[in-house]
Design a binder for this molecule. Sequence first.
Ligand SMILES: [Fe+2]
Length: 254
Amino acid sequence: MFFRQVLNDDTACASYLFGCKTHSAFAVVEPHVDLIDDYIALAGAQGANIVAVLDTHLQADHVSGLPQLVARTGATAYLPEGAGVDFDHHPLDDREVVALGNTQIQAIATPGHALAHHAYLVTDDTRGQEPWFVLTGDALLVGDAGRPDLHAHGDHTPEELARTLYRSLTERLLILPDHLLLYPSHYSGSLCGRGLSANPSSTIGFERRHNAALQFDSEDAFVEALLQDVPPAPAQQAEIVAANRAGHAVTEVR
Ligand SMILES: [Fe+2]
């Protein structure tokens, strides 16, 4: 398996290019609009095609590069079922698998930061039949859990989303083995969490022990703490969400 974490320090966004070299099938997860050429060059240098582009959820803090990368490569776009975008894509169900030769990506529904949010569990069949790492999106970050307010609307209050996130964390992510590598979608400098580490990688076990948001023994205590000290909303949030929903190659909104 080829794997490369691709960072954008301007927005503190982490994205991922990985996949099977043997079958020339790479995926990009959480592509940033400013890094399209980088993904294509990196894949080209490995002699591989980008055949799948995935977002973990409809982004609210930065413009996704997914539509442009799909247009440039002919890859299939994948988003969680219910993401609510207005362009052609394959809506991924919970537990659905995207196969890239010897690399398997399994969607794990982890709502809470957004109602439609998937983590992606990745297995390299050439190494073993158990997952090697998990891309946690904005559900679980290095040092915090995802903020519950950006995608709140109507009856889906920040408190309700925080309760949903608690169940996603405890029932879907923290049941994974301690040794599993964890790669988030943001790191220090991002508004998507509080006190995030500048190290954009961890393990399930290290976060279980040391992530401040995971040290509570009840849902109520977790929710109360997650609703404290929420960072300010990203500038141009409404415009960014609209652009990501439409899938236009928007360049004015960054
Ligand atoms: Fe987000």
